[in-house]
Design a protein around this ligand. Structure first.
Ligand code: MLT
Length: 325
């Protein structure tokens, strides 16, 4: 009997040993970070900067895979169903929280499908228009939108996107539904705004700052209380009379549920290193944002943020009555 128990103990140790060693030697191969929107947009921009710095820290290549569609929920679903080995990650924003209410048939259970590495950054938004749009300021844009509600087009990246959320707040604030034009990301939406194919958009400074500074699009407001250092001539929504349209877009780094704790700890520590990388700090500053503080780049902080934001946006979305299905 004793020899049987001994051989069972040895067998059990052999079974457990490889899993512990895989987590302990992580990462051993290329990591994929899914961006749930098109390339060239704000989420893609943030992800590529952070991934480059994390790659240096981890000593492994990190590739960015753009999986757009359905306001970010297709990309999130792709990661929710991936192997929980630390080699498929998701960098997503506030849409993780709003989609939990907007989509009543999500392919994943938002609060039980992911492990958390930490918060990454919180990005302000801007209400922008095509260069030759008539209104010169936010107040006249509101009047123009009300007078032309059946023709004014608002670009967004699909229900659940940050641009959708801000557009919803704008249309609720002016009590006027406008014509929305969905894209797989605000990267391609910006192309059409620059080309004059769409009238307005509410998008993150990580995608609009350079265009506004270059005068290739019109800027009506920033969605923060105070003006932004990088856009000193752009009034805030509070100055423009739309305090209801205050919104900033927090981003988090996730992995599939079941990813080993040691792997999540390694990823969280690497994220914290990346957020102190001078290139990340400088590029974020040029684009109107900054890295999350180290205390927020933790699993607990991201989990708490997601939970509180689901609760915060649920009644606002229900009041607007806009759902994906
Ligand atoms: C993007 O990266 O394309 C944007 O974050 C889409 C959005 O959320 O508006």
């Amino acid at each position: 009997m004793k020899s049987l128990l001994k051989s069972l103990a040895v067998a059990a140790a052999l079974v457990i040993a490889p899993q512990v060693s895989e987590a302990q030697t992580y990462p051993e191969r290329t990591i994929t970070v899914v961006v749930p929107f098109s390339a060239g947009g704000p989420t893609d921009t943030v992800t590529r900067l952070v991934a480059e710095a994390m790659s240096k820290d981890l000593g492994q290549q990190i590739v960015v895979e753009n999986v757009g569609g359905a306001g970010g929920t297709l990309g999130a679903g792709r990661v929710a169903g991936a192997d929980p080995d630390g080699y498929t990650l998701l960098l997503h924003h506030i849409g993780m929280a709003t989609s939990a209410t907007l989509y009543r048939k999500l392919a994943y259970d938002t609060l039980n499908a992911f492990e958390y590495a930490g918060l990454v950054t919180e990005v302000p938004m801007t209400i922008v228009g095509r260069k030759d749009l008539e209104p010169a300021d936010l107040k006249s844009l509101v009047d123009y939108a009300k007078a032309n509600k059946d023709s004014v087009t608002v670009a967004n990246a699909g229900i659940g996107a940050a641009s959708h959320l801000c557009g919803m707040l704008f249309m609720s604030a002016i009590e006027t539904p406008l014509v929305t034009v969905p894209y797989k990301g605000t990267g391609p939406a910006m192309t059409d705004l620059l080309g004059g194919q769409v009238d307005i958009m509410c998008d993150q400074t990580t995608n609009t700052t350079k265009q506004i500074q270059g005068g290739t699009i019109k800027a009506y407001a920033v969605t923060t209380v105070e003006r932004l250092e990088v856009l000193p001539d752009v009034p805030s929504v509070v100055e423009g009379g739309l305090p209801q349209v205050q919104v900033s877009i927090w981003h988090g780094l996730y992995a599939p549920k079941g990813t080993p704790a040691e792997v999540m700890d390694r990823l969280s520590k690497s994220l914290q290193v990346a957020l102190k990388d001078q290139n990340v700090i400088d590029r974020f500053a040029e684009l109107g944002t900054k890295p999350s503080p180290e205390s927020d780049a933790t699993p607990a902080a991201l989990k708490a943020k997601l939970e509180s934001e689901i609760g915060r946006w649920k009644p606002i979305i229900e009041a607007a009555g806009q759902y994906a299905d």
